[in-house]
Design a protein around this ligand. Structure first.
Ligand code: GLU
Length: 276
């Protein structure tokens, strides 16, 4: 078997904190002797900043991590995501959705999926003429996956290999007609992450267990697009002293602050759950 390839894929929306250090070290240690790649998931231009991207590289290097070049920067690849979306649209698997958040929230009876209220399908039933009229009027729209059509297009059942757990069955239908291109961002996290794992040759996806449900949808996208199936290792999230998940919004200590307070990389690795 060739050595495994994994990646750490932060979004440069702030400075890295101990939770990120845990995820990065988990990835690098999972493929010790294999390939460790880095990807900046910066498709959301309203939240990502170049200064944070530069800080990610600096802080990870300070922590003692080394990765293969080049670093993949998602915002440099919008044309590739657009080509994937065009391919899915040509197969009748996508439709434009003109609904506002408020309209979707107002359909309060909507059942819930892993990512909140399921889209009630309003725009799925629009006639071609109605769609063209709204497009011509320049109404902002997202692109949604027609889940029922997508499920008909792939062999069932879908499953993924979770390290230490074996094969887990997927139920992508629980996500409903997910958004694959947002009104304000030309491609969604789900699409970009699966596309890039394929392009980068990732064979082991490591990430926090908060993203484990999304893997069910990712397996569907991989099958639809003919991308290889990686193995998965979802890790527990580092908790703060209050027992709550470390997150930027809770003012988790950043790697930068720890470094400036005189902590050594080895001490910070230990704080992140990976003592040498
Ligand atoms: N960019 C995602 C994050 O910041 C991680 C995506 C992934 O590892 O699949 O949490």
């Amino acid at each position: 078997m060739p050595p495994a390839t994994t990646r750490f894929a932060p979004s440069p929306t702030g400075l890295l904190h101990l939770g990120h250090a845990h995820a990065a070290l988990f990835a690098a240690r999972a493929v010790a002797g294999g390939r460790f790649l880095l990807r900046l998931e910066d498709i959301d231009a309203s939240r990502c900043r170049p200064a944070f991207a530069a800080a990610v590289l600096e802080d990870l290097a300070w922590l003692g991590l080394r990765w293969e070049q080049p670093v993949r920067v998602q915002s440099e690849h919008f044309a590739e995501y657009a080509a994937v979306l065009a391919g899915l649209a040509a197969r009748g698997l996508l439709y434009p959705c003109f609904c506002t958040r408020a309209e979707i929230a107002a359909s309060a009876s909507a059942p819930h999926g892993p990512e909140g209220a399921l889209y009630p399908g309003t725009c799925r039933g629009l006639s071609l003429a109605a769609r063209e009229e709204k497009m011509a009027a320049g109404l902002p729209h997202a692109l949604r996956l027609d889940m029922a059509a997508a499920l008909r297009a792939v062999p069932q059942p879908l499953w993924f290999e979770e390290m230490g757990e074996g094969r887990l069955r997927c139920d992508p239908a629980a996500f409903g007609d997910v958004v694959l291109a947002r009104k304000d961002t030309p491609a969604s996290y789900h699409l970009c992450v699966c596309h890039d794992d394929s392009v980068q040759g990732v064979t082991l996806v490591t990430r926090g267990e908060d993203l484990k449900p999304a893997t069910q949808l990712h397996r569907l996208l991989q099958e639809l697009c003919g991308w290889p199936q990686p193995a998965y290792a979802h890790h527990g999230l580092l908790l703060g002293a209050d027992g709550k998940r470390l997150a930027k919004r809770d003012q988790a200590p950043t790697l930068r602050a720890l470094r400036e307070a005189g902590r050594t990389p080895a001490e910070v690795r230990a704080l992140a759950g990976f003592p040498d």
